[in-house]
Design a protein around this ligand. Structure first.
Ligand code: DX5
Ligand code: ZN
Length: 238
């Protein structure tokens, strides 16, 4: 299943804003299928899978085998975030494992445009992630090829870090750059999301929020997911 990026739904209703993508990095791995089912029941729109290789980032997490297992546990789109060197080598493998959205880091790709095309040719939605210090300029000329732009709001590698406030103007600038380019790319943010930073990020223009420790650390997953939806709390989008 893939969510349309233009906001339309089959029944004509508006999708929730923002879309919530729980990161299973903070789930209980001894009960992963159950954890995924719980966040799906809690109303999440997709499942975020953080793949780390111990080279691009100083941590090692999971790979295609876990994506395949999660694929069998949910009908939600799998949003797979590759924090690995030379991610182009693994595009086919993640497609076969069942990834729907595949994010490559610009800092890890020598031929970013080619790699983005390869993601689309493999049948997935391509996204590009930028580390906090990476300028938006790095994606300016390929915006029309992207389904989404993932702005890191922490330095990638670990869950439960603090949101970097200096990323808010970057989110605003990204939305403006995407609008000016006539691109339909969605802005996704990842790292340090809680109800307060969710509101700030959404006000700045974020449309998809990744949240790991906040959701999986909560006793009530449905309450945690809905507390990240600015709209439901009578925010500026209501
Ligand atoms: C950071 C990962 C994130 C992270 C989010 O390297 O890409 O997806 O796990 O975790 P929280 O929401 O705890 O910051
Ligand atoms: Zn991530």
């Amino acid at each position: 299943m893939n969510l349309p990026m233009d906001g339309s739904r089959l029944d004509g209703s508006r999708p929730p804003r923002p879309l919530i993508a729980p990161s299973i990095l903070s789930a209980d791995f001894t009960r992963l299928g159950e954890e995924v089912a719980r966040v799906e029941a809690a109303g999440a729109e997709m499942i975020h899978v953080d793949v780390m290789d111990g080279h691009f980032v100083p941590n090692i997490t999971m790979g295609p085998l876990v994506v395949e297992a999660v694929r069998g546990a949910t009908g939600l789109p799998l949003d797979v975030h590759l924090m690995i060197d030379a991610p182009e080598k693994f595009i086919g493998e993640f497609a076969r494992a069942g990834a729907d959205w595949l994010t490559l880091h610009v800092e890890a790709c020598v031929h970013l445009h080619r790699s983005v095309q390869a993601v689309r040719e493999a049948g997935m939605r391509p996204g590009v992630a930028l580390n906090p210090s990476t300028p938006l300029e790095a994606v300016r000329w390929i915006l029309e090829d992207l389904d989404f732009l993932l702005l890191m709001t922490v330095n990638p590698g670990f869950p439960a870090q603090s949101f970097i406030p200096g990323m808010l103007p970057k989110i605003r600038a990204a939305r403006e750059m995407i609008r000016a380019a006539g691109s339909r790319a969605a802005v996704e943010v990842d790292g340090g999301i809680n109800p307060r930073t969710a509101r700030e990020a959404v006000e700045a223009g974020a449309e998809i929020l990744v949240a790991g420790s906040y959701i999986f650390g909560a006793a009530d997953y449905a309450g945690a997911v809905s507390s990240l939806r600015v709209e439901e709390r009578g925010g500026p989008l209501s």
